[in-house]
Design a protein. Structure first.
Length: 520
């Protein structure tokens, strides 16, 4: 059975992403588009549009051309939206990188996508300079100043940018990295049409309007922040208040100071809003909607947050590979089924299939969630086999998530077929941590699984077979030095053997089941 949105299909224009947004600027030139929450520094819509054109001209003057890749290695700042759209306007491709990544992790992504330039912030500049060695990156820019880098201001060119023709359905605009259903991070090829379509679709799901002031705390390098906050906010003409990272007290201060009305968050932030005593010290009365995504939100937590904040708390669903929005709970039905991710977005087909046979299932039957629509990625960069494993011959993207639809067509996510660990909405690939563990001189074999955590959602736990003496703390410290902080192992268990299939594949599900039974 194929499920569709309760609304009819929406018209999706054949246009480049940035041109699509720039066309909505007239009449809003003096309105604040992006505010740096901690400092109050503001870009109006007119200044944003002018800066996009000037940086596009500056990039073109440096030889940056259609199809070239530009890496953004930065926390949220207003200029993020300038660089991203300057690259987009002249047909470039943005690859966005977590600012917590180590130099080795950054270098791996830069080499994989053959990035030509990189921009960062001063606190990340030293890591960036180390990361670009032996890569194709020609120059490192920085928002501000840092030794060995070129100031962002040097990109502000004179004159108009070149008029670059965009083929929306073929030309890439964004290349975020995702682990998909399994394995190491892969470049997700998103076209202009993918992102324009998802903005149109998201309008049918998220009840934003131009009068909103929205919280920009979720990272723009992540597809949720990129599409649902940065780009959808610019489309609607809202004011986006950015934060470089989540700090509860600072977040509450910003929500009160700027009278935030719409907050896109993840479940750990909902937990803080529902339970932390700090919340009572702040006036959040202007907040009308909290929209949660990136990981499932339980009904009791959603209800607790909604009751405390006196506003709607609803949730949606998607993947990097779907740009990301594929489902969303409509505001009109927010008071019921708080655990539901809602029906499919407009222009989206969805079905539940049996995980072994692939047979289509009906209402109230659990299986893998599959999605088809204009927001589905073009594929994984240079990974045709991984693309075929994710998207079948009929165009259905296999999410790797287990769920069901009820008789009303509302969807619920109950488990994950895939093995990714979701830490505060960020993806951690077990295979990546296992590869790091195996470089430890005392580790003979290793496996990593998710363990439930009330604050983070899930945290990674490692199982190791030793070949020489080492403590769990020593091994965890070794891994922590080599990965981004959010990826570090929170526990290590030393075992005699890692369960594997006859073909040698790690049976992580066996370890997950043992963990659940042990109650550890």
């Amino acid at each position: 059975m194929i499920f569709r949105a309760p609304e009819g299909d929406l018209a999706i224009p054949e246009i480049g992403l940035t041109q699509f947004l720039l066309e909505r600027v007239p009449g809003r030139e003096k309105k604040p588009a992006l505010i740096d929450g901690p400092t109050g520094r503001t870009l109006t819509y007119g200044e944003w549009a002018e800066s996009v054109r000037r940086v596009a001209a500056g990039l073109a003057a440096r030889g940056f051309k259609k199809g070239d890749v530009f890496a953004i290695y930065s926390p949220n700042v207003p200029e993020y939206a300038v660089v991203f759209h300057a690259v987009s306007l002249i047909g470039g491709v943005n690859t966005t990188i977590n600012p917590l990544y180590t130099p080795a992790e950054v270098a791996q992504q830069l080499r994989d996508c053959s990035a030509k330039y990189l921009i960062t912030v001063p606190p990340c500049a030293e890591r960036a300079m180390e990361a670009v060695r032996d890569t194709t990156v020609r120059e490192v820019f920085v928002f501000g100043e840092a030794p060995g880098t070129t100031p962002f201001s040097a990109l502000l060119g004179d004159g108009d940018p070149p008029d670059v023709p965009i083929n929306p359905r073929e030309d890439l605009v964004a290349l975020p990295y995702s682990s998909g259903t399994t394995g190491l991070p892969k470049g997700v090829m998103l076209t202009h049409h993918n992102l324009v379509a998802n903005l149109v679709q998201a309008c049918g799901v998220l009840a934003q309007d131009e009068h909103d002031t929205i919280l920009g705390v979720l990272p723009f390098f992540h597809i949720y922040g990129m599409t649902v906050i940065m780009n959808l906010g610019l489309y609607h003409g809202v004011t986006i208040v950015t934060m470089p990272r989540f700090d509860l007290e600072q977040c509450l201060t910003i929500c009160e100071k700027y009278r935030v009305t719409f907050a896109n968050v993840v479940p750990p932030i909902v937990l803080a809003l529902a339970k932390h005593p700090l919340v009572d010290r702040f006036d959040l009365s202007r907040l009308r909607i909290v929209f949660s995504g990136a990981a499932p939100l339980g009904e009791s937590l959603a209800l607790a947050a909604s009751t405390r904040l006196k506003c709607a708390v609803i949730q949606g669903y998607g993947l990097t590979e779907t740009s990301p929005v594929s489902h969303g709970k409509r505001l009109t039905a927010a008071s019921q089924k708080l655990a539901s991710i809602g029906p499919p977005a407009p222009n989206t087909e969805c079905k539940i299939v049996e995980t072994v046979t692939g047979a289509e299932l009906g209402p109230m039957q659990q299986g893998e969630i599959c999605i088809r629509g204009p927001q589905v990625m073009k594929g994984y960069l240079n990974r045709p086999d991984a693309t075929r494993a994710m998207i079948d011959a009929d165009g259905w993207l296999h999410s790797g998530d287990i769920g069901y639809a009820d008789a009303d067509g509302d969807f619920f996510v109950v488990d994950r077929l895939k093995e990714l660990i979701k830490y505060k909405g960020l993806q951690i690939a077990p295979a990546e941590l296992e590869a790091t563990l195996l470089t430890h001189p005392s580790v003979a074999d290793a496996a990593v699984i998710p363990v439930a955590d009330e604050e983070a959602g899930e945290v990674p736990k490692g199982f190791v077979v030793l070949k020489s003496e080492a403590t769990a703390d020593q091994i965890m410290a070794y891994v922590a030095e080599r990965v981004a902080p959010y990826k570090k192992l929170r526990a290590i268990q030393i075992v005699e053997q890692i369960p594997k299939s006859p073909s040698g594949k790690i049976l992580r599900r066996v370890l997950v089941d043992r963990e659940r039974l042990s109650g550890v």
